[in-house]
Design a protein around this ligand. Structure first.
Ligand code: SAM
Length: 371
């Protein structure tokens, strides 16, 4: 495998880095007046294309203790000043309004959420708001230590990122951190009652694409659903290229050739989930693919994100943001927050446009947005 920046390192000149994520995000002018006027101010959180929004991703920090090759640069990362990050009171206040508007599912993410102090306390306060589903995505480095308090606080489940099952390669991909503690953290999470423990893998050509079958075997032997996420143009190094993406169809075909799979129909809470799920026909577990690049699922997207610095984003690839932090810190009311959330959703585009010739990467990278 290639170390350091992605395989583009071998010979080709480095791609231009994407815009500095520290550059202040421009809040664009209000949308066209007629669009605002048509926006419902009661009822479910609906956008102009009829999608009802129920899922909120909350990033609690832009900081991370790792420098994974597909996410952050090896050196020179500058994080946001503490004063710009939402406090827990602010997060809970925004989440309570979102809950009132019909958000039923919350995922806590980052950066690495568990490098922020006190996340179990935040989990407890979010759990008290009564979400149907409360989950967290983590790199696993702090999870073994925190799993019992997270579960006790009311967290339902976790996704643990793990991009190789080979200790040496794992260390090269993460550039910091070891495999064994992450595997142990999955055991600890299960022992604490977090259920299910899912595993996120980003397969990349020339990096770890030869491990698709190994991860399928891991899903079968551990019972942990493995989610293969297509590599997206959100890496801070700007090294993404389409030919580095391992297509979801290829992943499913390779696994199916070894252990027959059958598609699991999406239902209930799953209906709008990004993963297409497959179970092993012999009953030994399941895998999922998140085909953001080759088979975008924007038509059923019901997600809204709030970044660590309190910006509402209606899509991972959005260029526009609205600042709830500004509303929170300038004395805004709950109704002001609700209106801003509705506006963010009303402004959502039909799709992320990765496959359009005019596609432009967003100003922020994955870990600045909250994956
Ligand atoms: N630090 C936590 C973690 O590692 O899971 C949460 C944040 S991380 C940004 C969330 C997920 O996004 C991880 O599974 C990570 O591998 C994935 N990710 C990061 N950069 C990505 C990219 N360019 N394309 C696809 N997935 C990416």
């Amino acid at each position: 495998m290639t170390t350091g920046p992605l395989p583009m390192a071998s010979g080709s000149p480095p791609a231009a880095p994407i815009a500095d994520p520290r550059v202040p995000v421009v809040i664009r002018p209000r949308p066209d007046r007629s669009v605002v006027d048509a926006m419902p101010t009661t009822g479910p959180l609906i956008d102009r294309f009829g999608r009802i929004h129920r899922d909120l991703r909350i990033s609690v920090t832009d900081r991370c203790n790792l420098r994974c090759v597909h996410c952050l640069p090896e050196e020179g990362v500058t994080f946001l000043p503490r004063s710009e990050i939402l406090g827990f009171d602010e997060i809970v206040r925004a989440a309570a309004v979102a809950r009132r508007l019909g958000i039923t599912s919350v995922r806590i993410t980052g950066g690495e959420p568990l490098v922020r102090q006190g996340v179990p306390d935040l989990v407890g306060r979010l759990a008290a708001l009564g979400f149907d589903d409360l989950s967290l995505t983590t790199n696993g480095s702090e999870l073994a230590r925190l799993a019992p308090s997270l579960a006790a606080a009311g967290l339902h489940r976790v996704n643990v990122s793990c991009d190789s099952l080979s200790p040496e390669r794992f260390a090269r991909i993460r550039r910091r951190g070891q495999l064994a503690p992450v595997l142990a953290s999955m055991d600890a999470a299960e022992a604490a009652g977090l259920d299910p423990v899912k595993v996120n893998v980003v397969p990349i050509v020339g990096v770890n694409d030869d491990e698709v079958e190994s991860f399928a075997e891991f899903a079968r032997s551990t019972g942990r659903p493995v989610r293969f996420i297509e590599f997206m143009p959100l890496d801070a190094d700007g090294a993404w290229r389409r030919d580095l993406v391992v297509p979801a169809d290829e992943i499913v075909a390779r696994i199916h050739a070894r252990w027959p799979l059958e598609a699991m129909p999406a239902s209930g809470l799953d209906a709008s989930q990004p993963a297409e799920r497959y179970r092993f026909v012999d009953g030994n577990g399941e895998i999922g693919v998140i085909a953001s690049v080759t088979r975008p699922f924007c038509g059923t997207c019901d997600r809204l994100r709030v970044t660590a610095d309190g910006s509402l984003r209606n899509c991972l690839f959005a260029h526009d943001e609205l600042s709830v932090r500004k509303v929170l810190r300038e004395g805004g009311t709950e109704d002001d927050l609700a209106l801003m959330i509705r506006r963010a959703i009303w402004a959502k585009l039909p799709g992320h446009g990765i496959n359009d010739p005019t596609f432009l990467r967003p100003e922020r990278s994955m870990s600045m947005i909250g994956g």
